[in-house]
Design a binder for this molecule. Sequence first.
Ligand SMILES: Nc1ncnc2c1ncn2[C@@H]1O[C@H](COP(=O)(O)OP(=O)(O)OP(=O)(O)O)[C@@H](O)[C@H]1O
Length: 251
Amino acid sequence: MTAGTVSVGAAHAVRLEAVRKVYGSGATAVTALDGVSVGIRRGGFTAVMGPSGSGKSTFLHCAAGLDRPTAGRVLLGDTDLAGLSENALTELRRRRIGFVFQAYNLLPSLTVRQNITLPSRFAGTSPDERWLREVAARVGIADRLDHRPAELSGGQQQRVAIARALVTRPELLMADEPTGALDTRTGQQVLALLRDLVDTTGQTVLMVTHDPVAASYAHSVLFLADGRLAGELAAPTPALVVERLTRLGEW
Ligand SMILES: Nc1ncnc2c1ncn2[C@@H]1O[C@H](COP(=O)(O)OP(=O)(O)OP(=O)(O)O)[C@@H](O)[C@H]1O
């Protein structure tokens, strides 16, 4: 490790150590992750790519404490997730991780403001008005707080989902195909927003995507193949990402 002075917890928002995940057992067992060890840099934007079935979703689920590894361990900061009960894990996800999915998962009967504050209410807190407005302004929906989701475009709805994920000040933002439901231009605006959040606020973002252009917004791309880490690319461009995927044999 560089200089030997940085502790693992300080350098990495989340760290997987020799993580294996096997679904099922006996003849039908599927090894989705096969000994993955990697740290996700704190304050960085990291994308995870790989062929279909390579283990991307499983990686994200294990890293976020949504799924437990069969072997190995996952550390969020300095917290070893294996030591946590189901309730403690749920609490940890609520307080320390923000989630953004392809589907925006907004409640249609609630206003934008109510949608954004819902997770904090579940966590027993309520964001102060100033922070709520700051987050809304940052993602570009400050003038939509009293609207309902149906009155917003797809891109605006995804911005609301990002605001909802950020309002609890998570140390890690997990995004699973966040632009999968958006047209190209709107998707790129959302990706530029994520990159800007990372560059200007130090937010850590971990994103799974199939899209080389989406991955090029990240600082680095991790490649998975057959449940194993198959390389990492810093300063990715779409062309470089496509070249790596081609070498992984499925593009
Ligand atoms: N709940 C499950 N039960 C059994 N097998 C599973 C389960 N979830 C995933 N798998 C298997 O684990 C492997 C990895 O799946 P995973 O969804 O992590 O891959 P992926 O890279 O995200 O795929 P895609 O790009 O198609 O979404 C696949 O072979 C998949 O069929």
